[in-house]
Design a protein around this ligand. Structure first.
Ligand code: HEM
Length: 174
């Protein structure tokens, strides 16, 4: 996968080199190209290291817990079976796989402090005053291991996400 990503990056770099001389006419074009380059770089930077770190951690946890590995393999084989290609619908049905990924990211967030943010205005959160322009780090690592929020937080237990209404997207109510 990493090789594929690198190949993709090389292709994009080459296409941009070819594209550049054609677009060098006005300032606006240059700005636009810089903008596109920044977006592409962002996507690769944000999507490659995070994904490979999460995969590495997931495989490590699965090797340490063969019974979970077995349950996951059983689910994947029952859905993917002998298919050559799997689809988005197949992925949707792999609920245990999703739970394994969520549990991996809970215990080993690839970005433990997320991405630094700065407050636009003065705000108060949970009694703490954050002044305008202050940089804020969210300790996702600590949130994922908080014993008030999680049962046996240090254990790799994907099943907790099968029982839970809490998701990374939102908290489901009603
Ligand atoms: C396990 C995999 C991943 C993890 C743990 C992860 C984590 C994160 C985190 C913590 C943020 C910052 C959110 C915030 O502070 O608001 C973020 C933003 C972002 N991620 Fe990911 N990410 C993953 C995969 C990906 C992939 C595969 C892509 C693209 C192909 C991607 C693209 C982005 C982009 C573009 C942003 C910036 C969004 C914005 O600021 O509007 N991420 N990601």
């Amino acid at each position: 996968m990493v090789a594929l990503i690198m190949l993709e990056m090389r292709t994009i770099k080459i296409s941009l080199i070819f594209w550049f001389p054609l677009k060098r006419k006005t300032c606006l074009d240059l700005e636009l190209i810089e903008f596109i380059k920044a977006i592409i770089l962002d996507m690769f930077a944000a999507g490659s290291d995070t994904t490979s770190t999460a995969l590495e951690r997931a495989m490590t946890e699965l090797l340490r817990r063969p019974e979970i590995m077995h349950k996951l393999k059983t689910e994947i084989r029952s859905i993917a079976g002998s298919k050559t290609f799997i689809t988005e619908d197949d992925l949707e049905a792999m609920v245990y796989l999703k739970a394994v990924i969520k549990e991996t990211v809970r215990l080993h967030p690839p970005l433990p402090f997320l991405v630094p943010r700065a407050s636009r205005t003065k705000v108060e959160i949970d009694g703490y005053e954050i002044k305008q322009g202050y940089q804020v780090y969210i300790n996702a690592w600590a949130i994922g291991r908080d014993p008030i929020s999680w049962e046996i937080p240090e254990e790799f237990e994907p099943d907790r996400f099968l029982r839970s209404v809490v998701d990374y997207k939102a908290m489901i109510s009603g």
